[in-house]
Design a protein around this ligand. Structure first.
Ligand code: ACO
Length: 332
């Protein structure tokens, strides 16, 4: 069976910065509370009509550039997102068109904040079984479009952005060594979307004037989610390391989902991983859901934090509940 290796990484964060001080004017909160409880100082917001597929396009172009590859070489485009431009066509198809990836098959993966690792798994399997030679994997979100700006419990957490990697088939014993995915729908009530009436999306009655389609927003029960996140992240990290035959002390870098600095620190502490081996961007970008891992990864790569043969762990947790991890031997 073939293997898949990362040959390029890229990211795009919108230019508009919203600081904690800005949010003090919107809801009853403070910079001190947000910083202490989450580690977030500011986040980026996609203004000027930028859509998820626009952010994804910029991140993907950077990743393709690093890979030295043309979009037309891609066989597969997979986008992890909970905020596609539209329900359909998929964000991946819109991205395919914007990139000019003519011969690719394209699809979205919806797995909450775990969307990127789930998308990585889809692309990895397509390459391993010979279905694709080159695949683009993207995590992209415009969460500001589904944020309830009156809810201080969630609006201070979220941000917009996109990150991407290009995977290529290899015969060498390197690249993606393990991916493990999990979900548990019985905890779906801890983080979900509702429309403006507080209901799940449902068929509109076929009665004139019965109702316009409603935008949806995000609802979260943060405290139990926090506890569950730390447990699941530790469990799946250990499982994935074990499957790859890698010890914690062999890790060069961990790039976790950026939901809360206290979750990240608790995970690192449980694993016995020192702070300098954990890459965080939450202070500057907040929680960008599916985009958080690939954005942080691309930044880490640009900062020279990974060298060929380094062992990289990516681990995530999100709505579903879903969680997942991947151990990658770096190859750029
Ligand atoms: N500013 C000021 N006070 C606030 C704010 C705010 N922005 N938000 C909540 N509070 C208040 C609450 O009202 C509460 O007040 P009370 O004690 O008078 O009732 C108090 O602060 C404590 O609230 P908690 O919700 O218990 O605060 P907690 O310390 O748990 O932090 C947080 C909340 C940051 C949401 C945390 O629980 C968390 O990070 N949870 C996990 C998030 C997560 O992992 N999500 C999954 C992935 S994200 C995704 O999929 C999009």
């Amino acid at each position: 069976m073939y293997k898949a290796k990362v040959v390029g990484a890229g990211s795009y964060s919108p230019e508009t910065i919203v600081t904690n001080r800005d949010l003090e004017k919107v809801v009853d909160t403070s910079d001190a509370w947000i910083t202490r409880r989450t580690g977030i100082k500011e986040r980026r917001i996609a203004t000027g009509g930028l859509l998820t597929s626009d952010l994804a396009t910029r991140a993907a172009q950077q990743a393709l550039g690093q890979a030295g590859m043309d979009a037309q070489d891609l066989d597969l485009v997979v986008v992890g997102t909970v905020t596609p431009d539209r329900q359909f066509p998929s964000c991946a198809c819109l991205l395919q068109e914007k990139l000019g990836a003519r011969k690719a098959a394209s699809m979205d993966v919806s797995a909450g904040c775990s969307g990127f690792i789930y998308a990585l798994s889809v692309a990895n399997n397509a390459i391993r079984c010979g279905e694709a030679q080159h695949a683009l994997v993207v995590g992209a979100e415009v969460l500001s479009g589904v944020t309830n700006w009156a809810d201080r419990g969630t609006c201070v957490l979220l941000g917009d952005g996109a990150g991407a990697v290009v995977l290529s088939r290899t015969d060498e014993d390197t690249g993606i060594k393990a991916i493990h995915l999990r979900s548990d729908g019985s905890f779906g009530h801890l983080l979900y979307s509702v429309d403006q009436n507080g209901t799940p999306r449902q068929a509109l009655e076929i009665v004139p004037g019965a109702g316009e389609p409603k935008p949806f927003y995000l609802v979260m029960d943060g405290k139990p989610l926090f506890k569950k996140a730390v447990e699941c992240l530790e469990e799946i990290t250990r499982w994935t390391l074990d499957k790859a035959g890698v010890k914690v002390e062999e890790l060069a870098l961990m790039v976790p989902h950026q939901a809360n600095i206290r979750i990240i620190n608790a995970l690192a502490q449980r694993l016995g991983l020192s702070e300098d081996k954990v890459y965080t961007t939450i202070e500057r970008y907040g929680n960008t859901s599916s985009a958080s891992i690939p954005t942080a990864l691309a930044e880490a790569v640009s900062m020279g934090r990974l060298a060929p043969r380094d062992k990289l762990l990516m681990v995530t947790f999100g709505a579903g509940l879903t969680w997942g991890a991947s151990l990658v031997e770096w190859s750029i």
